[in-house]
Ligand binder design. Structure first.
Ligand code: DAH
Length: 370
Protein backbone atom coordinates (compact mmCIF):
# COMPACT_ATOMS: atom_id res chain seq x y z
CA UNK A 1 0.00 0.00 0.00
CA UNK A 2 1.54 3.32 -1.16
CA UNK A 3 0.78 6.24 1.14
CA UNK A 4 -0.93 8.92 -0.99
CA UNK A 5 -0.55 12.53 0.01
CA UNK A 6 -2.43 15.10 -1.98
CA UNK A 7 -0.17 17.51 -3.80
CA UNK A 8 -1.57 20.18 -6.13
CA UNK A 9 0.27 18.66 -9.12
CA UNK A 10 -2.25 16.07 -9.95
CA UNK A 11 -1.22 12.56 -10.80
CA UNK A 12 2.55 13.13 -11.11
CA UNK A 13 2.66 14.06 -7.44
CA UNK A 14 2.47 10.63 -5.92
CA UNK A 15 5.29 9.38 -8.12
CA UNK A 16 7.69 11.78 -6.45
CA UNK A 17 6.63 10.57 -3.05
CA UNK A 18 8.28 7.24 -3.33
CA UNK A 19 11.02 7.92 -5.91
CA UNK A 20 12.86 10.18 -3.49
CA UNK A 21 16.39 11.57 -4.10
CA UNK A 22 17.11 13.94 -6.95
CA UNK A 23 13.62 13.79 -8.29
CA UNK A 24 12.26 15.08 -4.99
CA UNK A 25 14.60 18.03 -4.94
CA UNK A 26 13.80 18.92 -8.56
CA UNK A 27 10.13 18.76 -7.78
CA UNK A 28 10.60 21.05 -4.80
CA UNK A 29 12.63 23.46 -6.88
CA UNK A 30 9.94 23.63 -9.57
CA UNK A 31 7.14 24.00 -7.08
CA UNK A 32 8.91 26.86 -5.28
CA UNK A 33 9.66 28.48 -8.58
CA UNK A 34 6.07 28.28 -9.69
CA UNK A 35 4.87 29.83 -6.47
CA UNK A 36 7.45 32.58 -6.52
CA UNK A 37 7.00 33.52 -10.18
CA UNK A 38 3.25 33.30 -9.92
CA UNK A 39 3.34 35.88 -7.12
CA UNK A 40 5.69 38.11 -9.09
CA UNK A 41 3.36 37.99 -12.09
CA UNK A 42 0.43 38.84 -9.89
CA UNK A 43 2.26 41.87 -8.49
CA UNK A 44 3.65 43.17 -11.79
CA UNK A 45 2.61 46.78 -12.30
CA UNK A 46 3.78 47.42 -15.83
CA UNK A 47 4.09 45.56 -19.08
CA UNK A 48 7.84 46.04 -18.90
CA UNK A 49 8.01 44.44 -15.48
CA UNK A 50 5.93 41.54 -16.72
CA UNK A 51 8.14 41.03 -19.72
CA UNK A 52 11.25 41.04 -17.50
CA UNK A 53 9.67 38.26 -15.42
CA UNK A 54 8.93 36.27 -18.55
CA UNK A 55 12.51 36.57 -19.79
CA UNK A 56 14.02 35.82 -16.36
CA UNK A 57 11.85 32.73 -15.83
CA UNK A 58 11.29 31.22 -19.23
CA UNK A 59 14.31 32.60 -21.12
CA UNK A 60 17.44 30.68 -22.07
CA UNK A 61 19.15 31.45 -18.81
CA UNK A 62 16.01 31.03 -16.72
CA UNK A 63 15.44 28.37 -13.98
CA UNK A 64 13.01 26.30 -16.02
CA UNK A 65 15.57 25.86 -18.75
CA UNK A 66 18.05 25.03 -16.03
CA UNK A 67 15.79 22.26 -14.65
CA UNK A 68 15.26 20.88 -18.12
CA UNK A 69 19.00 20.86 -18.68
CA UNK A 70 19.53 19.05 -15.39
CA UNK A 71 17.40 16.19 -16.66
CA UNK A 72 20.39 14.57 -18.27
CA UNK A 73 21.37 13.32 -14.82
CA UNK A 74 18.05 11.52 -14.43
CA UNK A 75 17.26 7.95 -15.27
CA UNK A 76 15.15 7.08 -18.31
CA UNK A 77 12.15 6.45 -15.99
CA UNK A 78 12.49 9.75 -14.20
CA UNK A 79 13.12 11.94 -17.23
CA UNK A 80 9.59 11.97 -18.73
CA UNK A 81 8.06 12.59 -15.30
CA UNK A 82 10.23 15.62 -14.55
CA UNK A 83 9.94 16.80 -18.18
CA UNK A 84 6.18 16.62 -18.03
CA UNK A 85 5.99 18.60 -14.80
CA UNK A 86 8.48 21.23 -16.01
CA UNK A 87 6.41 21.68 -19.19
CA UNK A 88 3.22 21.83 -17.18
CA UNK A 89 4.64 24.58 -14.99
CA UNK A 90 6.02 26.46 -17.96
CA UNK A 91 2.62 26.33 -19.72
CA UNK A 92 0.83 27.44 -16.57
CA UNK A 93 3.18 30.41 -16.20
CA UNK A 94 2.85 31.34 -19.88
CA UNK A 95 -0.95 31.33 -19.53
CA UNK A 96 -0.75 33.43 -16.38
CA UNK A 97 1.59 35.92 -18.05
CA UNK A 98 -0.77 36.18 -21.02
CA UNK A 99 -3.73 36.89 -18.77
CA UNK A 100 -1.80 39.44 -16.76
CA UNK A 101 -0.57 41.09 -19.93
CA UNK A 102 -4.16 41.50 -21.13
CA UNK A 103 -5.15 42.89 -17.75
CA UNK A 104 -2.30 45.45 -17.78
CA UNK A 105 -3.06 46.46 -21.36
CA UNK A 106 -6.71 47.08 -20.55
CA UNK A 107 -5.68 49.06 -17.52
CA UNK A 108 -3.28 51.19 -19.60
CA UNK A 109 -6.06 51.78 -22.09
CA UNK A 110 -8.52 52.81 -19.41
CA UNK A 111 -5.95 55.14 -17.85
CA UNK A 112 -5.32 56.75 -21.23
CA UNK A 113 -9.05 57.13 -21.87
CA UNK A 114 -9.54 58.68 -18.45
CA UNK A 115 -6.83 61.22 -19.21
CA UNK A 116 -8.10 61.96 -22.70
CA UNK A 117 -11.69 62.49 -21.69
CA UNK A 118 -13.39 65.12 -23.79
CA UNK A 119 -14.70 68.30 -22.30
CA UNK A 120 -17.89 68.83 -24.27
CA UNK A 121 -18.36 72.28 -22.80
CA UNK A 122 -15.32 73.62 -24.69
CA UNK A 123 -16.32 75.97 -27.52
CA UNK A 124 -15.64 74.23 -30.85
CA UNK A 125 -13.18 75.43 -33.43
CA UNK A 126 -15.07 77.62 -35.91
CA UNK A 127 -15.67 76.05 -39.28
CA UNK A 128 -15.12 78.63 -41.99
CA UNK A 129 -18.12 78.73 -44.25
CA UNK A 130 -17.60 79.56 -47.88
CA UNK A 131 -19.26 82.54 -49.47
CA UNK A 132 -20.89 82.53 -52.86
CA UNK A 133 -19.01 84.77 -55.25
CA UNK A 134 -20.67 88.11 -55.67
CA UNK A 135 -20.87 87.59 -59.44
CA UNK A 136 -22.72 84.30 -58.92
CA UNK A 137 -25.09 86.08 -56.55
CA UNK A 138 -25.64 88.90 -59.04
CA UNK A 139 -26.22 86.48 -61.92
CA UNK A 140 -28.71 84.37 -59.99
CA UNK A 141 -30.61 87.41 -58.81
CA UNK A 142 -31.01 88.66 -62.38
CA UNK A 143 -31.89 85.16 -63.60
CA UNK A 144 -34.68 85.00 -61.01
CA UNK A 145 -36.16 88.27 -62.26
CA UNK A 146 -36.30 86.97 -65.82
CA UNK A 147 -37.50 83.51 -64.82
CA UNK A 148 -40.42 85.19 -63.06
CA UNK A 149 -41.34 86.75 -66.43
CA UNK A 150 -41.29 83.41 -68.25
CA UNK A 151 -37.87 83.68 -69.88
CA UNK A 152 -35.75 80.58 -70.37
CA UNK A 153 -32.07 80.48 -69.51
CA UNK A 154 -29.75 79.29 -72.25
CA UNK A 155 -26.04 78.51 -72.01
CA UNK A 156 -23.82 79.33 -74.93
CA UNK A 157 -20.26 78.40 -75.84
CA UNK A 158 -17.23 80.30 -74.56
CA UNK A 159 -15.26 78.93 -77.49
CA UNK A 160 -17.19 80.21 -80.51
CA UNK A 161 -16.82 80.45 -84.24
CA UNK A 162 -16.16 83.69 -86.08
CA UNK A 163 -19.40 82.88 -87.90
CA UNK A 164 -21.66 83.09 -84.84
CA UNK A 165 -19.66 85.65 -82.86
CA UNK A 166 -19.39 88.16 -85.71
CA UNK A 167 -20.96 87.24 -89.07
CA UNK A 168 -24.36 86.28 -87.73
CA UNK A 169 -24.38 89.42 -85.58
CA UNK A 170 -24.03 91.51 -88.73
CA UNK A 171 -20.32 92.15 -88.20
CA UNK A 172 -18.81 90.87 -91.45
CA UNK A 173 -15.06 90.50 -91.90
CA UNK A 174 -13.42 93.92 -92.13
CA UNK A 175 -16.30 95.67 -90.30
CA UNK A 176 -14.81 98.52 -88.23
CA UNK A 177 -16.87 97.53 -85.14
CA UNK A 178 -14.78 94.33 -84.95
CA UNK A 179 -11.80 96.43 -83.87
CA UNK A 180 -13.40 97.09 -80.49
CA UNK A 181 -13.81 93.38 -79.94
CA UNK A 182 -10.39 91.87 -80.60
CA UNK A 183 -10.04 88.56 -78.84
CA UNK A 184 -8.06 85.35 -78.35
CA UNK A 185 -8.01 83.22 -81.49
CA UNK A 186 -7.72 79.45 -81.43
CA UNK A 187 -7.62 79.38 -85.21
CA UNK A 188 -8.68 81.87 -87.86
CA UNK A 189 -12.27 80.69 -87.50
CA UNK A 190 -12.41 79.69 -83.83
CA UNK A 191 -12.13 82.22 -81.01
CA UNK A 192 -13.08 83.00 -77.43
CA UNK A 193 -16.38 84.83 -77.75
CA UNK A 194 -16.26 88.58 -77.29
CA UNK A 195 -19.88 88.86 -76.17
CA UNK A 196 -22.87 86.66 -75.34
CA UNK A 197 -24.69 87.89 -78.46
CA UNK A 198 -23.84 84.79 -80.60
CA UNK A 199 -26.24 82.84 -78.37
CA UNK A 200 -29.01 84.93 -80.01
CA UNK A 201 -28.27 83.40 -83.40
CA UNK A 202 -27.94 79.88 -82.00
CA UNK A 203 -31.28 80.11 -80.20
CA UNK A 204 -33.14 81.85 -83.03
CA UNK A 205 -32.26 79.21 -85.59
CA UNK A 206 -33.37 76.40 -83.28
CA UNK A 207 -36.56 77.90 -81.93
CA UNK A 208 -39.84 76.42 -83.14
CA UNK A 209 -41.96 79.53 -83.74
CA UNK A 210 -45.03 77.44 -84.49
CA UNK A 211 -45.19 76.92 -80.73
CA UNK A 212 -45.01 80.65 -79.90
CA UNK A 213 -42.50 83.44 -79.42
CA UNK A 214 -39.05 83.33 -77.92
CA UNK A 215 -37.94 84.81 -74.59
CA UNK A 216 -34.52 83.95 -73.29
CA UNK A 217 -31.51 85.21 -71.39
CA UNK A 218 -28.01 83.82 -71.62
CA UNK A 219 -25.46 84.61 -68.92
CA UNK A 220 -21.81 83.76 -69.30
CA UNK A 221 -18.15 84.64 -69.58
CA UNK A 222 -16.76 86.67 -72.46
CA UNK A 223 -13.22 87.64 -73.50
CA UNK A 224 -11.46 90.61 -75.07
CA UNK A 225 -7.90 91.47 -75.85
CA UNK A 226 -7.64 94.08 -73.13
CA UNK A 227 -4.93 95.08 -70.71
CA UNK A 228 -6.24 94.57 -67.20
CA UNK A 229 -6.64 97.64 -65.01
CA UNK A 230 -9.20 98.92 -62.52
CA UNK A 231 -11.96 99.11 -65.13
CA UNK A 232 -10.84 96.62 -67.81
CA UNK A 233 -10.49 92.88 -67.73
CA UNK A 234 -9.60 90.42 -70.48
CA UNK A 235 -12.49 88.30 -69.22
CA UNK A 236 -15.77 89.39 -67.78
CA UNK A 237 -19.42 88.36 -67.65
CA UNK A 238 -22.46 89.44 -69.56
CA UNK A 239 -26.12 88.57 -69.67
CA UNK A 240 -27.68 88.53 -73.11
CA UNK A 241 -31.41 88.90 -73.55
CA UNK A 242 -33.63 88.20 -76.55
CA UNK A 243 -37.37 88.41 -77.17
CA UNK A 244 -38.85 87.57 -80.59
CA UNK A 245 -42.52 87.42 -81.39
CA UNK A 246 -45.16 88.93 -83.58
CA UNK A 247 -45.73 92.61 -82.86
CA UNK A 248 -42.85 93.29 -80.45
CA UNK A 249 -42.06 97.02 -80.22
CA UNK A 250 -39.65 99.44 -78.63
CA UNK A 251 -42.35 99.87 -75.93
CA UNK A 252 -41.84 96.22 -74.89
CA UNK A 253 -38.10 96.81 -74.69
CA UNK A 254 -38.48 99.88 -72.52
CA UNK A 255 -41.16 98.43 -70.24
CA UNK A 256 -39.26 95.19 -69.69
CA UNK A 257 -35.91 96.78 -68.97
CA UNK A 258 -37.40 99.46 -66.73
CA UNK A 259 -39.03 96.70 -64.66
CA UNK A 260 -35.74 94.77 -64.42
CA UNK A 261 -33.60 97.81 -63.59
CA UNK A 262 -36.01 98.87 -60.84
CA UNK A 263 -35.87 95.36 -59.41
CA UNK A 264 -32.08 95.57 -59.29
CA UNK A 265 -31.52 99.18 -58.23
CA UNK A 266 -34.76 100.07 -56.45
CA UNK A 267 -38.26 101.26 -57.36
CA UNK A 268 -37.36 104.94 -57.08
CA UNK A 269 -34.99 104.70 -60.02
CA UNK A 270 -35.80 106.14 -63.42
CA UNK A 271 -34.40 105.08 -66.75
CA UNK A 272 -33.63 106.93 -69.93
CA UNK A 273 -32.94 105.69 -73.44
CA UNK A 274 -30.17 107.28 -75.50
CA UNK A 275 -29.65 106.61 -79.20
CA UNK A 276 -26.63 104.43 -79.86
CA UNK A 277 -25.20 102.03 -82.41
CA UNK A 278 -24.81 98.28 -82.48
CA UNK A 279 -24.51 96.42 -85.78
CA UNK A 280 -27.05 93.80 -84.67
CA UNK A 281 -29.87 96.16 -83.61
CA UNK A 282 -31.78 98.89 -85.38
CA UNK A 283 -32.57 101.22 -83.73
CA UNK A 284 -30.02 100.82 -80.95
CA UNK A 285 -30.12 102.41 -77.54
CA UNK A 286 -28.04 102.78 -74.43
CA UNK A 287 -30.05 102.65 -71.23
CA UNK A 288 -29.10 104.81 -68.27
CA UNK A 289 -30.41 104.64 -64.70
CA UNK A 290 -30.82 107.71 -62.51
CA UNK A 291 -27.92 107.87 -60.07
CA UNK A 292 -28.74 106.01 -56.86
CA UNK A 293 -25.97 107.65 -54.91
CA UNK A 294 -26.79 111.32 -55.45
CA UNK A 295 -30.44 110.92 -56.60
CA UNK A 296 -29.51 112.68 -59.83
CA UNK A 297 -27.83 115.74 -58.32
CA UNK A 298 -24.40 114.79 -59.62
CA UNK A 299 -21.56 112.89 -57.93
CA UNK A 300 -18.43 110.89 -58.69
CA UNK A 301 -20.40 107.69 -59.39
CA UNK A 302 -22.48 109.30 -62.17
CA UNK A 303 -19.60 111.54 -63.25
CA UNK A 304 -21.74 114.56 -62.35
CA UNK A 305 -24.35 113.75 -65.01
CA UNK A 306 -27.03 112.32 -62.70
CA UNK A 307 -27.23 109.22 -64.95
CA UNK A 308 -25.34 105.93 -65.04
CA UNK A 309 -25.02 103.85 -68.19
CA UNK A 310 -26.30 100.35 -67.50
CA UNK A 311 -26.77 98.39 -70.69
CA UNK A 312 -27.00 98.29 -74.47
CA UNK A 313 -30.15 97.26 -76.26
CA UNK A 314 -32.17 97.63 -79.43
CA UNK A 315 -34.63 96.13 -81.87
CA UNK A 316 -33.11 93.06 -83.51
CA UNK A 317 -31.75 94.03 -86.93
CA UNK A 318 -33.79 92.59 -89.84
CA UNK A 319 -30.58 91.21 -91.31
CA UNK A 320 -29.89 89.25 -88.12
CA UNK A 321 -33.43 87.85 -88.21
CA UNK A 322 -33.08 86.87 -91.88
CA UNK A 323 -29.74 85.14 -91.30
CA UNK A 324 -31.59 82.94 -88.77
CA UNK A 325 -34.41 82.17 -91.24
CA UNK A 326 -36.89 84.46 -89.47
CA UNK A 327 -39.11 86.67 -91.61
CA UNK A 328 -38.75 90.31 -90.41
CA UNK A 329 -42.11 91.09 -92.03
CA UNK A 330 -43.80 88.73 -89.57
CA UNK A 331 -41.59 88.79 -86.51
CA UNK A 332 -39.83 91.51 -84.56
CA UNK A 333 -37.82 91.44 -81.41
CA UNK A 334 -35.63 93.27 -78.98
CA UNK A 335 -32.28 92.32 -77.50
CA UNK A 336 -30.04 93.61 -74.78
CA UNK A 337 -26.68 92.93 -73.22
CA UNK A 338 -25.50 93.90 -69.77
CA UNK A 339 -22.22 93.55 -67.95
CA UNK A 340 -22.49 91.66 -64.68
CA UNK A 341 -19.34 93.16 -63.18
CA UNK A 342 -20.60 96.63 -63.99
CA UNK A 343 -23.91 96.01 -62.20
CA UNK A 344 -22.14 94.56 -59.13
CA UNK A 345 -19.54 97.37 -59.06
CA UNK A 346 -22.21 100.02 -59.15
CA UNK A 347 -24.43 98.39 -56.54
CA UNK A 348 -21.69 97.68 -54.03
CA UNK A 349 -19.26 100.50 -54.72
CA UNK A 350 -16.52 98.15 -55.95
CA UNK A 351 -13.91 100.32 -57.61
CA UNK A 352 -11.52 97.74 -59.06
CA UNK A 353 -12.76 95.01 -61.41
CA UNK A 354 -9.71 92.86 -60.57
CA UNK A 355 -11.21 92.23 -57.14
CA UNK A 356 -13.61 89.75 -58.76
CA UNK A 357 -10.83 87.49 -59.98
CA UNK A 358 -7.93 87.63 -57.55
CA UNK A 359 -9.48 85.20 -55.04
CA UNK A 360 -8.80 87.34 -52.00
CA UNK A 361 -11.17 85.98 -49.33
CA UNK A 362 -11.41 89.43 -47.76
CA UNK A 363 -13.08 90.62 -50.95
CA UNK A 364 -15.58 87.74 -51.10
CA UNK A 365 -16.36 87.76 -47.38
CA UNK A 366 -17.80 91.26 -47.65
CA UNK A 367 -20.71 89.77 -49.56
CA UNK A 368 -21.41 86.94 -47.12
CA UNK A 369 -24.78 88.16 -45.94
CA UNK A 370 -26.29 89.60 -49.05
N1 DAH B 1 -22.95 92.59 -77.41
C1 DAH B 1 -22.81 93.96 -76.97
C2 DAH B 1 -21.43 94.17 -76.38
O1 DAH B 1 -20.82 93.25 -75.94
C3 DAH B 1 -23.84 94.28 -75.92
C4 DAH B 1 -25.20 94.35 -76.52
C5 DAH B 1 -25.70 95.56 -76.95
C6 DAH B 1 -25.97 93.24 -76.68
C7 DAH B 1 -26.94 95.66 -77.53
C8 DAH B 1 -27.24 93.32 -77.23
C9 DAH B 1 -27.71 94.53 -77.66
O2 DAH B 1 -28.03 92.27 -77.43
O3 DAH B 1 -28.93 94.63 -78.24
O4 DAH B 1 -20.97 95.27 -76.33
Amino acid sequence: MVPRVYVPWGNVGYVFLYKGGIIMSLRKELEDLKLKVSQQIEQAKTLKELDDIRVDTLGKKGPITKVLRGMKDLSADERPIVGASANEIRDALITQIKEKKHELEMQALNDALAQESIDVTLPSRRVKRGVRHILSQTQEEIEDIFLSMGYKIVEGFEVESDHYNFERMNLPKGHPARDMQDTFYISEEILLRTHTSPVQARVMEEHDFSKGGLRMISPGCVFRRDTDDATHSHQFHQIEGLVIDKGITMGDLKGTLEFVIKKIFGDERQIRLRPSFFPFTEPSVEIDVSCFKCEGKGCNVCKYTGWIEILGAGMVHPKVLKMSQIDPEVYAGFAFGLGQERIAMLRFGINDIRGFYTNDMRFSEQFARL
